[in-house]
Design a binder for this molecule. Sequence first.
Ligand code: PGA
Length: 250
Amino acid sequence: MRRKMAAGNWKMNGSSAALSVISDLAAAHADNTDTDIVICPPAPLLFRASEIARSSAVTIGAQDCHSETAGAFTGDIAAPMIADAGATHVIVGHSERRDAYRESNSDVRAKAKAAWEAGLVAILCIGESAEDREADNTLDIIAGQLSGSVPNGSTGDNLVVAYEPVWAIGTGAVATTAQIDEVHDFIRARLVQRFGEEVGNAIRLLYGGSVKPGNAAEIFQCDNVDGALVGGASLKAQDFTPIIKALIAS
Ligand code: PGA
């Protein structure tokens, strides 16, 4: 039985005023024990967010890390710094970074390994563009991203894979449950093929892309969906809470 996960990616949104979302979520889900709730705020908020979330049902993650542990990389954040700030997770390979910063599969793989070395769980994102899907290349793209960016040594404890079709991110266009099933079943089969039954079945798979209170329950019915990576709807506790409740109830 895989533990469920609801992860919120705030992207470059939120100030110290937004930290109340974390205490609100912690209060709303105080008796939750079987679902991981992870909030990934911008880096300047990591330390305070971790303090607020301490001993609650909410844990904190970063949105990216560098593959090196230290050095002359102006503006970047190393995985040990994220752990030092009290966070436990880090998103790697988000499509916005693959696109805007030209991160390759091997860059993402190196970041995931750096995350592990710092004791963090990597939430590794993959997903096809609209052009890939129109050209019927979705599963080839997913296969390439999985083999290129998921490191050897992955386990159910150190890796979570988030399938986020690029065309569904921030657009309001959600993949259909048939599309989600097809890709998630494919990812599961590939992970089992590569890592064996036990590990391949232990790695959690999140869906991301315009998950909202109104569509979450349907998405969570998909067999190989273990939770969601949520952008816009994670910025307010009143939007994220019904999504988390739908996940717990699924
Ligand atoms: P969205 O973003 O929920 O706003 O579509 C998801 C993501 O980018 O992780």
